[in-house]
Each structure stands twice: as C-alpha cells, then as structure tokens.
Design a protein around this ligand. Structure first.
Ligand SMILES: C[S@@+](CC[C@H](N)C(=O)[O-])C[C@H]1O[C@@H](n2cnc3c(N)ncnc32)[C@H](O)[C@@H]1O
Length: 233
C-alpha cells in the first residue's frame, strides 16, 4: 500500500483499531519513555493560554487528556475526540472523559466552543490537514490557541540512523510484542513524507492562524507548534 492509500480514513481507523491492545506500550518502548515528556510539554504550552474549555483532537487512548487534567486542574472541560471508537474505549477506561467519536475534518461542535485545541501525533494521519486546521479555527474562540505535537523529518545528519530505528527496529519490536508490524512501518513512511516544521507553520498560517511558532526537541525529531485563532475582521 502507498502512503496515500494508507492515509485513506477507513484504512487509518482500522489500523489504529488493530493496534489498540499494545498502543500505549509501543509508545513507551519506541520513544524510550520520552512520549510522556513530549505530551507534558504540549500541556504546559497550552496552560500558558489559561484555557477553560479544551478539545484534544485525535485523542486516541487519551494520554493528552490525562496530562491536560494534571497540568490545568482549573479547566472546566477537557474533551477528547477521535474517529476510532476502540481507542476511545481505552481512553474511557483510563478516565480521560468526556469523549466524542468525531472526524477531525467535520467536528460536531459549535463555532467558538473551545479556548484551546490540542492534537498530538494526529495531523500526520489526516487525509486533509488544511481542512482539519480550518475546522480547528472554526471551533476555537477568537484568540484561542491551537497546539500541535508531531514527529517531524529529522536533521539530515541523523536521518539515516533515525529512519533505520523507526522503519526497521520499530516493526521488529512491534512484532515481538504481538502487534501489527505494518502499522509501525507506516509510522516511518508517514514521518518521511511529512512536511518540515517551518512548512507546517506555513500551513497553519494558510488556514488563518496567527503567531504560529514552534519548538523542536529530541534531536529535532519532534515538533511542537502553537498558533492563535484570529478575532473577527
Ligand atoms: C498516533 S495516534 C495519537 C493518539 C494520541 N493523541 C497520542 O498522543 O497518543 C493518532 C490518532 O489519530 C486518530 N485520527 C486519525 N485521523 C483522524 C481523523 N480524521 N479524525 C479523528 N481522529 C483521527 C486515530 O484514530 C488515532 O487515534
């Protein structure tokens, strides 16, 4: 299958449903535990905006909702949304509620319903990133904050080692723990085809966001973008 076939929404949803049993374990193993720190950085960037109503899009097994609850205890609503029901069942079991089954490209929320929207490791899988970013802008109130945490193509000097690890070792580890190695081959392919951090910031601006900035960490392999939703003209 090509990367475009795989990014077809039905295929993505089925892939995440297939790997749900070992999803959290593989996150910890492949990132050597760093994914916990990456999501905490995301939550702290969101907390700066002092949001009361937060939507975590592509919430998966709910880890971002849980860290948001810890880092922003005064928030009135932290809602997770994802189009893969089996992963939301995991999130529910971990207490990451409320949860909504929803496609990022057609969100079932009113205009301006949230002060902040987060997306961790989700946008790489969206069939149409521009449409999803415009939906985020629609459900954010003017001045609201979007934060996007995502893998990013690494600096050239470490790219061979990085893609060997993600593309070869990742699927081996996945097979060893009894999950779908193909899903972890897709991980490497999808990172390889993903835009660089500056280009992603440009996509946020093209979707109408302002003040788009980003940080790179873990040797330039992970990017945290943030941007603000403009007020009415
Ligand atoms: C790699 S997981 C990330 C989960 C979680 N945010 C985390 O940090 O572990 C990607 C998630 O994006 C979801 N997803 C992909 N495309 C989506 C879409 N169009 N609408 C809603 N969720 C989507 C998948 O179902 C999956 O749960």
């Amino acid at each position: 299958m090509t990367i475009d076939t795989l990014r077809e929404p039905g295929a993505i949803r089925e892939m995440f449903a297939r790997i749900r049993g070992r999803y959290d374990l593989l996150n910890r193993l492949l990132s050597l535990g760093s994914d916990v720190r990456w999501r905490r950085r995301l939550a702290r960037r969101v907390a700066e905006a002092r949001p009361r109503r937060i939507l975590d899009l592509a919430t998966g097994s709910g880890d971002v909702c849980l860290v948001l609850k810890r880092e922003i205890p005064g928030a009135e609503l932290i809602c997770g949304a994802d189009f893969c029901h089996p992963l939301l069942s995991l999130a529910q079991a971990k207490g990451a509620t409320p949860l909504v089954v929803a496609d990022a490209l057609r969100l079932p929320f009113a205009d301006g319903a949230f002060d902040a929207v987060t997306i961790a490791f989700g946008v790489r899988n969206f069939a149409d990133r521009g449409a999803a970013f415009r939906e985020c802008a629609r459900v954010l109130r003017p001045g609201g904050r979007l934060c996007v945490l995502e893998f990013t193509p690494p600096p050239r000097v470490i790219a061979p080692l990085y893609f060997w690890y993600v593309g070869r070792i990742g699927p081996l580890i996945a097979r060893a723990v009894g999950t779908d190695a193909g899903a972890y081959r897709y991980l490497g392919d999808s990172i390889r085809h993903f835009p660089g951090a500056a280009d992603l910031a440009g996509e946020l601006s093209a979707a109408g966001f302002t003040a788009a900035g980003f940080d790179l960490f873990s040797f330039g392999t992970v990017a945290l973008h943030w941007a603000e939703c403009p007020g009415p003209a």
